[in-house]
Design a protein around this ligand. Sequence first.
Ligand code: UDP
Length: 240
Amino acid sequence: MKKLEQIYEGKAKKVFRTDDPERFIVEYKDDATAFNGQKKGTILGKGSINNRMTNLLMQMLEKHGVPTHFVEELNDRETVVKKVEIVPLEVIIRNISAGHFASNYGVEEGIVFEHPTIEFSYKNDDLGDPLINSYHALALKLATKEEIDTIIRLSFKVDEVLQEFFLTVGIKLVDFKLEFGRTSDGTIILADEISPDTCRLWDKDTNEKLDKDRFRRDLGNVEDAYQEVMSRLLAKSAEK
Ligand code: UDP
């Protein structure tokens, strides 16, 4: 497959067209941003870790019946994915209070929920990704009712599979963000990435933060944290 021109550059990834009209190539960068792009930096080795971690987790999700955009890892930083039109919704699932849940509702971080929560943001940088509900998403024609139902069902399934898996490597899956896409035949599949950039991951025993909060909050050892998660995942997948 031939990598053709770049069609998009986001905060953490570039997307390229290929000679196959149904495939894109994603390239992961070491660039990191937070607070809607106000804080910028580099996390050395992040691109490679996020690429490999996303691919590993997406392949696991496929086995559990969650359709994803993953096709083939090309190298450390590049992956072939199915071409999709991204649904402009950021889906956030939470198992434990943290981040905006804690600040918006005035509770401490670390409260374990009896049932996970789901929320949507309208993916729009100019508006600052405002929080919306599914009725707003319908009114804004971001997705159909059926698509929203599918997205909700798949998101909770992702949570179930990933929570269980992360626990086996001593990590609590606190919360995470997902994005979905539509293939050319209209199927909704999981797209984007699943990495310490998009998940809050806490060590099961110490609650040490092993994710992008180390960058957002200047906690230090950012690279080490990403590497630690990746090492645990690789050790686990080598067991099988
Ligand atoms: N998240 C993300 N991209 C965003 C916003 C949030 O990947 O643009 C992830 C974030 O890493 C966390 C979860 O979604 O794992 C919940 O984030 P929250 O709403 O608490 O916002 P944050 O405090 O991360 O800005």
